[in-house]
Design a protein around this ligand. Structure first.
Ligand code: SAH
Length: 393
């Protein structure tokens, strides 16, 4: 039985502008006793249907699936996934020989709040961030196969670390469809091992594809330092771009193994590359020879709003070290993937770092997440990745 939730008077306004969340403070009462992950129907105080979505525990109590009064069936998932695939074809990341790595579903950006699906060749890796999506995982996998047909053999479910831990679902990662040992995917003609079994996120950072391409254009003849390299996406592009030398740094020894494997996969025996398992801050402090091009792509320093001020200081400290050390005429690619830090705040943090170093700095490009990580215009919170490309005199 679906519960009916009634909003306080006037609290339907943001939902009528299609913002897809109901906050706990907006709820007047609920007819029924929903458990986390159940479907609930949302009504205004005067009894008008507003939306249907997944109930969850916390400050967001409903994530909206539809603003129409419909049943959430297998056909619903097939329709939503079909639209998502059409969008990826329209932007030219799906259905290509030289690129089979892309994000098919980006949560609210694709009107499927709490769900992420990344495609790596013939395998889709699915990640649920809500209990509601977790309960729908089999239906979604089935619909995905229906929509992608022969293009898809395997669906790997990887939600061990993304589901609310308090829900105590005890979910283990594993295949919902097929099973595959083949772990090489292609991004813009470059090959990458994707560790969907144990890797971070869905195994790869798909969101830097366009920014890696831009970096490739700047790499020719330069010495490149790729900080926070993880699987070495930027390193491999820099090598194809003709970098003179590429150094990759990550504090995780496993990441260093991954970057070495990916460089070997694309450029066997190429001795321009070297990887270091070291803390980024220490590496910059101890660095003797300055580089011509530095990439700073750290993990989210602010996972939530409370950590904002400290995170901004972290970005300033990190960027200041790069400004101190980069060659005159050097290029800095600097990023933040913290959703809690907005574009202006990040730019201010980097501005502060530049001012501290006293270097002359020009902004060449302002970067963001790619088109397969779309932002729902009614849900600006979906914007998270920002970057600057700087020329340091
Ligand atoms: N640039 C990568 C993604 C970076 S993810 C890509 O394009 O795929 C962030 C990485 O930073 C992780 O691999 C993590 O191991 C690493 N990391 C976290 N803290 C670090 C630190 N203090 N020093 C160096 N690496 C760190």
């Amino acid at each position: 039985m679906i519960s009916n939730l009634y909003l306080k008077k006037g609290k339907e306004e943001s939902l009528q502008r299609f913002h897809p969340w109901v906050f706990s403070g907006a709820v007047h009462h609920i007819d029924g006793n929903p458990e986390e992950g159940d479907l609930v129907r949302v009504f205004s105080a005067d009894g008008r249907f507003i939306a249907v979505g997944h109930w969850q525990i916390g400050s967001i109590v409903v994530r909206v699936l539809s603003f129409e009064d419909i049943d959430i069936t297998d056909a619903f998932w097939a329709e939503r996934l079909g639209v998502a695939l059409d969008v990826r074809r329209a932007i030219g990341v799906a259905g290509r020989e030289d690129n089979n790595t892309y994000r098919l579903v980006h949560g609210e950006g694709d009107n499927m709040p709490g769900l992420v699906i990344d495609v790596y060749g013939r395998t889709a890796v699915m990640q649920a961030h809500s209990v509601g999506m977790h309960y729908c995982r089999e239906a979604i996998a089935k619909a995905l196969k229906q929509v992608m047909g022969n293009e898809l053999d395997n669906v790997y479910y990887k939600s061990e670390t993304t589901l609310p831990y308090k829900a105590e679902l005890g979910q283990e990662n594993g295949f919902l469809l097929g099973s595959s040992q083949e772990d090489v995917a292609v991004e813009n003609g470059l090959k990458f091992h994707i560790d969907w079994l144990k890797g971070q996120k869905t195994g790869f950072f798909v969101d830097q594809r366009d920014n890696r391409s831009l970096l490739e254009r700047y790499s020719c003849g330069r010495s490149v330092l790729n900080m926070f390299c993880y699987t070495g996406g930027f390193s491999v592009y820099a090598m194809r771009g003709g970098a003179r030398l590429v150094h990759s740094v990550d504090s995780s020894a496993k990441a260093v193994d991954l970057v070495n494997a990916n460089v070997e996969l694309n450029f066997p025996g190429d001795n321009r590359h070297q990887a270091f398992a070291e803390d980024a801050f220490k590496f910059l402090d101890n660095m003797q020879t300055p580089y011509d091009l530095i990439i700073l792509d750290p993990p989210a320093f602010a996972k939530h709003r409370d950590a904002l001020r400290q995170a901004l200081r972290g970005y300033t400290r990190l960027n200041a070290k790069a400004f101190e050390k980069i060659q005159p005429g050097g290029i800095l690619f600097t990023f933040s993937c913290s959703q809690a830090v907005n574009k202006d705040q990040f730019r201010m943090a980097v501005f502060t770092a530049a001012a501290q170093s006293g270097r002359k700095v020009r902004i060449l490009h302002q970067l963001h997440q790619p088109a397969d990580h779309p932002v729902n215009i009614y849900h600006p919170e979906g914007e998270y990745l920002k970057g600057l490309v700087l020329y340091v005199e």
